[in-house]
Design a protein around this ligand. Structure first.
Ligand code: AAL
Length: 378
C-alpha cells in the first residue's frame, strides 16, 4: 500500500471530486493528508458492535477467571478455543508474592472448550498445565494462541517462573499435538525470551527504575501468535520495555516478530523489531499475500488497522473505534476476499470486576451507507 506522492498533475479529477477538493492548486494540510492515504476504499473500515455474553460453561462464573481466548478453529463440526483459567481473587504485589496471586493471569493453566454454534460452549478440561516446581513455567501458563499446520496443532503461550516479582521476565512456551483434544507435548525450553540488554537500577523490585532500558522487549514478551507465512513461521508478540514510560499519551508497548523455518523453532527475532510503535494484544491475520494487524490500546497509532506486504513493514489502512481487547480471531473463515471478514465475529474478554474476567463474543460489520430513517440508499 504505497503512499501517493502528491504530484498535482497525477491527481485525477474523480479523486479530487471524491475527496471534496475543489482546487488542487490550494491544498490544505488536511487535503494533502487525505491524498496521501492509501487508496483502499471502504473495505478496511469496520464498526464493532456491543459485546454479547457466551452461554454454557463459558458464561460468567463468580470466583473463576477465564480470559485471553485463543483464535477459534473448527474440527469435525465443532469450534475449539483455548484460554487462561485461574481461580480466586487477585492480591497484587503488596503481600506475600510467593503464595498470593499477583495478577488475574497469575496461577493459570490453559483450558479449552468446544461449541457447535460459537455461542454455547462446553469446557473440556486442561490442555496445558503449569510445569513442575523449578521449571520455567512453574508459576503460570497463559495468554495462549493456536496454530493449525500440516495436520498438527501448536499452542504458544506465556510462561512465568515463580516467584512472580514485579521485575520478573516472562517467556513464551510451545506445546504441540496431533489432535486439538491433546495430549499436548511441551517443548522443554521456551521458544522466546525478553532481550537481555536492559539494566535495572538498585535492588528494589521496581520496574520503573533502570540504568538502561534496553530493547523494546527487554522486560516482557507477551501475547504470542504464530502464523505460517511465506514458507516460514512468523511469531508475532508484544514487547514491554524495562523502565516503561508513558510516551505519546500511552504505555511503551510495541510489537515484534521472530521467524523460524520450523513451527517448533528456533525463532530468531527480526532485526527490524519493533515492527509497531503502538498496540497491545496481538491480533494478526493474512491478507493479500501480506499480514494485517489490529492495533489497540496504547501508543500514537492505537485504534488502527495496519497492513504490511511482507509481515514486517506495516502501514495504517484504517482507523477504528471500540475494538475488543485480546481478540481470539475466527480462523475458520477465508481471509482471501475481504480484509476484515475475519473480524465479523470472534471472542474477546471483559472485566466483570478486577478479580474476574469472562470470555464474550464480539461482532463487527462494514459500514457501506449512511441514511436517515426512510431514506433510500442507491
Ligand atoms: C494482557 C496481555 C498479556 C499480559 C496480560 C495477560 O493484556 O498483554 O496477557 O500478560 O495482559
Amino acid at each position: 500500500m504505497n503512499k501517493l506522492a502528491i504530484k498535482k498533475e497525477n491527481i485525477s479529477k474523480e479523486r479530487l471530486d471524491n475527496l471534496g477538493i475543489s482546487n488542487a492548486q490550494f491544498l490544505s494540510a488536511a487535503s494533502k493528508r487525505a491524498l496521501e492515504w492509501p487508496d483502499v476504499g471502504n473495505e478496511w473500515f469496520v464498526e464493532f458492535e456491543p459485546l454479547k455474553p457466551l452461554l454454557g460453561d463459558l458464561a460468567y462464573e463468580e470466583g473463576v477467571c477465564r480470559r485471553d481466548p485463543s483464535a477459534i478453529i473448527k474440527e469435525n463440526g465443532m469450534y475449539y478455543v483455548w484460554y487462561s483459567k485461574s481461580i480466586g481473587p487477585t492480591q497484587g504485589f503488596a503481600g506475600d508474592i510467593e503464595n498470593d496471586k499477583v495478577f488475574p493471569w497469575d496461577r493459570c493453566d490453559i483450558w479449552y472448550a468446544t461449541s457447535k454454534d460459537g455461542w454455547t460452549w462446553k469446557e473440556e478440561g486442561i490442555a496445558v498445565k503449569r510445569g513442575d516446581s523449578g521449571s520455567f513455567d512453574d508459576r503460570s501458563v497463559f495468554t495462549v494462541e493456536i496454530m493449525q499446520h500440516d495436520g498438527k496443532y501448536y499452542l504458544s503461550y506465556q510462561t512465568v517462573k515463580s516467584p512472580y516479582t514485579v521485575r520478573v521476565k516472562n517467556q513464551v512456551g510451545l506445546a504441540w499435538s496431533d489432535s486439538p483434544n491433546g495430549p499436548w507435548h511441551k517443548l522443554p525450553e521456551p521458544i522466546l525470551s525478553p532481550a537481555d540488554n536492559g539494566v535495572w537500577s538498585g535492588e528494589e523490585d521496581n520496574r520503573f527504575k533502570v540504568e538502561k532500558k534496553g530493547d523494546f522487549d527487554s522486560h516482557k514478551v507477551h501475547d504470542p501468535c504464530i502464523l505460517p507465512y511465506k514458507g516460514k513461521f512468523y511469531l508475532y508478540y508484544k514487547g514491554e520495555q524495562m523502565g516503561e514510560q508513558i510516551t505519546f499519551g500511552g504505555r511503551q508497548i510495541r510489537h515484534g516478530v521472530a521467524i523460524a523455518d520450523n513451527p517448533l523453532g528456533p525463532y530468531e527475532k527480526s532485526v527490524y523489531n519493533p515492527i509497531s510503535n503502538s498496540g497491545h494484544e496481538i491480533c494478526v491475520w493474512p491478507y493479500n499475500d501480506g499480514i494485517a494487524s489490529l492495533i489497540t490500546t496504547d501508543g500514537p497509532e492505537k485504534n488502527t488497522i495496519q497492513w504490511s506486504p511482507d509481515g514486517i513493514n506495516f502501514e495504517i489502512v484504517s482507523s477504528i473505534q471500540n475494538a475488543p481487547h485480546a481478540i481470539g480471531l475466527n480462523r475458520t473463515v477465508s481471509t482471501n476476499d475481504s480484509p476484515v471478514e475475519i473480524l465479523k465475529w470472534g471472542l474477546t474478554h471483559i472485566y466483570n470486576n478486577d478479580d474476574y474476567q469472562s470470555i464474550q463474543r464480539f461482532s463487527a460489520y462494514n459500514k457501506t451507507s449512511h441514511t436517515a430513517i426512510g431514506e433510500k440508499a442507491i
